[in-house]
Ligand binder design. Structure first.
Ligand code: ATR
Length: 291
């Protein structure tokens, strides 16, 4: 049961996900279960939205809606409708989490990059063993980002904020150069990344769509190059086990699944919406059950 309408009252807080298409989103399932688990008087719905500007003109009434998530194709257009935007989200140029403050103003965040970066940091900490060093394990690491689209920007800004030395590799080299300049990193054409290994123990993050369903036999970087990386992350989550991650594991690298980014970005949204810690186990169980 997605919504329990009998529980909706005039003072019920309304949340939702705006997108087009949006019906496939599992967010209502996760958030409604989470609200119920702590007895919050709140509901989270699917909002099929065509015109974000029009939507936010209505949404600007402080009586309507307490927050929303934002998905394709609105992550960029919605940014312009906000009263305030988190500084990293502004640099990335995309938001996915909008919260109404008590004064009625709308403040927006990008929890995608937090989800990806915290998943990668935890993966690196696990490699460091029982006593991980203080600070971010990304600090000083050579961090290679494949792709320079929305997800590539999120990873490049997120990693550089943590003190990583960022290298952006992209099929269209101009886009790699542009992003690398913005984050103070280096750039490469995607085809040269297989011969790029100035040092061992680098971190790799794929944000290209290479390997995504239905092209599951493809991979953005040949297997022989993967031995230079200590950890490989793939933003793709359909399929979960991409060819890149399978080959990275065979090459001896630690791996971080795209599903981990997906679930962790949800934890951050829940925290921002409610001010409460996210029910992480519940989210994980539901994601698995409804995969
Ligand atoms: P997202 O928001 O998911 O990052 P996007 O903005 O469409 O999506 O970006 C897709 C990324 O995948 C881009 O970096 C794109 O490379 P180009 O900038 O050259 O287009 C990359 N990409 C898509 N298909 C690719 C392919 N067949 N080979 C290599 N890179 C590819």
């Amino acid at each position: 049961e997605l919504y329990n309408f009998r529980l909706i009252k005039p003072d019920t807080k309304v949340y939702g996900i705006i997108g087009k298409p949006v019906g496939h989103s599992k967010s209502p399932l996760l958030f409604n279960a989470a609200f119920k688990s702590v007895g919050l008087n709140a509901v989270y719905m699917h909002f099929l939205v065509d015109d974000v500007e029009k939507f936010f003109n209505t949404y600007s009434s402080p009586d309507f809606a307490s927050g929303c998530s934002c998905t394709i194709p609105h992550k960029e257009a919605a940014l312009k409708c906000m009263d305030e935007v988190d500084h990293i989200a502004k640099k990335i140029g995309a938001i996915n989490n909008i919260v109404r403050r008590p004064d009625g103003k709308l403040i927006a965040f990008n929890t995608d990059y937090i989800g990806a970066i915290t998943a990668i940091e935890d993966g690196l900490r696990a490699l460091e063993g029982a006593k991980p060093a203080p600070g971010s394990p990304l600090s000083g690491k050579l961090f290679v980002v494949l792709g320079a689209g929305g997800a590539g920007k999120s990873l490049a800004y997120g990693a550089s904020q943590k003190g990583a030395r960022v290298v952006v590799a992209n099929r269209t080299f101009e886009r790699a150069k542009e992003l690398a300049n913005k984050v103070g990193g280096k750039s490469l054409p995607l085809c040269e990344v297989e011969n790029f290994h100035p040092e061992e123990g680098m971190v790799l993050a794929n944000t290209t769509s290479v390997g995504m369903k239905p092209n599951m036999d493809q991979t953005p970087i040949p297997k022989h190059a993967l031995k230079h990386y200590c950890l490989v992350f793939d933003a793709i989550y359909t399929p979960k086990d991409t060819r890149l991650l399978r080959e990275a594991k065979e090459a001896g690298a630690a791996i971080v699944y795209g599903t981990e980014m997906l679930i962790r970005q949800g934890f951050e949204q829940y925290k921002n919406f409610t001010g409460l810690p996210a029910p992480e186990e519940l989210f994980r169980q539901l994601m698995e059950k409804h995969a």
